[in-house]
Design a protein around this ligand. Structure first.
Ligand code: C5P
Length: 328
């Protein structure tokens, strides 16, 4: 890549579910959710690097992709056209070409760089954050080379097509999500939340976790969907970590702990640490989210968790954090 190449960067947050109620399976393979999302300041950065090559009018403008890992690198190769960041850039360019602009400008090719700080396949929507950041970076690139951008509403529609969590990664903050989790309403919060995230080395494919929950519910009538969010909403407006900790709930935790029993032990150990208001599986897991009393407690908890589980990845983060936005 030549020095001085034009670059379009954006960052987007990882997320934790403060509440995840899973309803009925739908005919489209998804489940209806009632989710309270919170974005945290552990952020992915996506950069489009303009290539010194002839502009293209058809097909993908993406020539390739390079991910740099601040977390463990997955075994499989992810710098490929199926990657959500790559698909997000293609979606923005396709939308522009379909948009009815009288003259569709040929666009210069780009190489995508991803700085990955959120766990891969961890239940923190890291891949969705890559997609959201790529949407915003690609819109800035369009503004420069096509002279018009798609704007936030269109990006939100494209986000929902890319995946159920992508709209929230775009929006950030704290939000109630219904439908597949992609119909969002902002929620009121007071103050900040302080977290430690711990990722044991056990993968949980999201689709399998949802499927197992359906199976478990067949045999255990106690596993009813918990769809109410009033207590979480109240705790958020009060800004009290312990009240929020008591209100947090995740229907998918039963599936995650059944698939990976080691999580039960980690949840119990971490939940008993001084300064931890709640330990819970994040989304479909396997990441364990530890809500801490305050910033000082989170720092101590991170140290204790690293000492007990030196082979697992962990980091601290604070919420809420803004959604996808342009970066330098
Ligand atoms: O949207 P995403 O590709 O991240 O979802 C992965 C899988 O998780 C889906 O294919 C589906 O099996 C499951 N899922 C679901 N209901 C949701 C979100 C995801 O069943 N609301």
């Amino acid at each position: 890549m030549s020095n001085g190449a034009q670059r379009f960067s954006a960052s987007a947050p990882g997320k934790v579910n403060l509440h995840l109620g899973v309803g009925e399976a739908r005919s489209d393979g998804y489940h209806d959710l009632v989710s309270v999302f919170q974005a945290v300041d552990r952020r992915e950065t996506v950069t489009l690097v303009v290539q010194d090559a002839p502009p293209v009018s058809t097909g993908s403008v993406v020539t390739g992709m390079t991910t740099t890992f601040g977390v463990r690198c997955p075994e499989e190769h992810i710098d490929a056209p199926f990657n959500l960041a790559w698909r997000a850039v293609d979606a923005v360019v396709d939308e522009y070409r379909r948009s009815g602009a009288e003259v569709v400008t040929a666009l210069p090719p780009v190489h995508i760089e991803v700085d990955k700080q959120v766990f891969v396949a961890g239940g923190m929507a890291g891949g969705s954050a890559d997609a959201a950041a790529a949407l915003v970076a690609a819109d800035a690139y369009l503004a420069e080379f096509a002279g018009s951008e798609l704007g936030r509403d269109t990006l939100h529609r494209l986000a929902a097509q890319l995946g159920a969590d992508v709209p929230f990664s775009l929006m950030g903050g704290t939000a109630l999500g219904t439908g597949r989790g992609d119909e969002l309403v902002e929620m009121l919060t007071r103050g900040s939340t302080h977290w430690v995230f711990l990722n044991p080395k056990v993968g949980i494919p999201t689709g399998q976790a949802f499927g197992l929950l359906d199976d478990l519910r067949h045999n255990d009538p106690a596993l009813v969907p918990r769809l109410g969010t009033a207590t979480v909403a109240r705790a958020l407006t009060r800004g009290d970590a312990h009240e929020l900790g008591r209100a947090m709930h995740n229907d998918l935790e039963a599936a995650a702990t059944t698939m990976r029993p080691i999580l039960v032990e980690i949840l119990a150990f971490a939940g008993a640490l001084p300064g931890v208001a709640r330990s819970m599986v994040s989304g479909s897991g396997p990441t364990i989210a530890l809500l801490c009393r305050d910033a000082a407690a989170a720092e101590q908890v991170l140290g204790q968790v690293r000492e007990r589980y030196p082979d697992y990845e962990s980091f601290g983060a604070t919420g809420p954090s803004p959604g996808a936005q342009a970066a330098q």
